[in-house]
Design a protein around this ligand. Structure first.
Ligand code: GTP
Ligand code: MG
Length: 169
């Protein structure tokens, strides 16, 4: 599934068929592969937006990717901008708070985004529907029409997690 996501991203076929893909707990491999694809397509910078409900694991995921300590993660207040440089390639991540009161501001970040990563907390089954509803709402935004989407089924390390292949819209 990650391969299909990457292929679509590189070939820019999102006009014709837009797929929502759920992936399991291998963020680093998936995103490094994504970065490699950008590199092959000679794009030198990519802006990625991380969204999802509060406590979904967005900040943890991004900290993992940048090799930071994840022992003391606190809820994001507003947003955090993180950039990672690999060789001559720059990845810019927007990590936005998922708190309910701040979700109406998500749309302020939709402009000039190259990919959207929607993180789902698969342990919090009570809020899976809410997570899906929020995603449906943002997908209606015109600015995101051609933006590739990766739905990341997080917390698969927990025995209580909803399996990634059961995460559906
Ligand atoms: N078991 C498990 N816990 C995780 C995982 N990813 C994140 N967490 C935990 O989930 C909690 C919330 O993580 P955050 O990264 O702060 O979540 P967030 O989506 O950034 O939340 P907001 O900033 O409030 O929107 C933390 O206690 C993390 O340690 C994971 O893959 N597995
Ligand atoms: Mg956060």
């Amino acid at each position: 599934m990650v391969k299909r996501f990457l292929n679509c991203l590189v070939k820019n076929r999102w006009n014709h068929w837009r797929k929502v893909l759920a992936v399991s707990c291998r963020p680093i491999m998936g995103l490094v592969a994504l970065m490699n694809c950008f590199q092959r397509s000679r794009i030198k910078e990519a802006r990625l937006l991380a969204l999802g409900l509060d406590n979904a694991g967005k900040t943890t995921l991004l900290k993992c990717l940048s090799g930071e300590d994840i022992t003391n993660i606190v809820p994001t207040q507003g947003f955090v901008l993180k950039s990672m440089l690999r060789a001559d390639f720059k990845l810019i991540f927007w990590d936005i708070s998922g708190q309910r009161a701040l979700r109406p501001y998500w749309r302020n970040y939709f402009l000039r985004i190259d990919a959207l990563i929607y993180v789902v907390d698969c342990v919090d089954r009570r809020r899976i529907i809410e997570a899906g509803e929020e995603l449906m709402q943002i997908l209606e935004e015109e600015k995101l029409e051609k933006v590739p989407l990766l739905v990341f089924a997080n917390k698969q390390d927990s025995v209580f997690a909803l399996p990634a292949n059961e995460v559906r819209m």
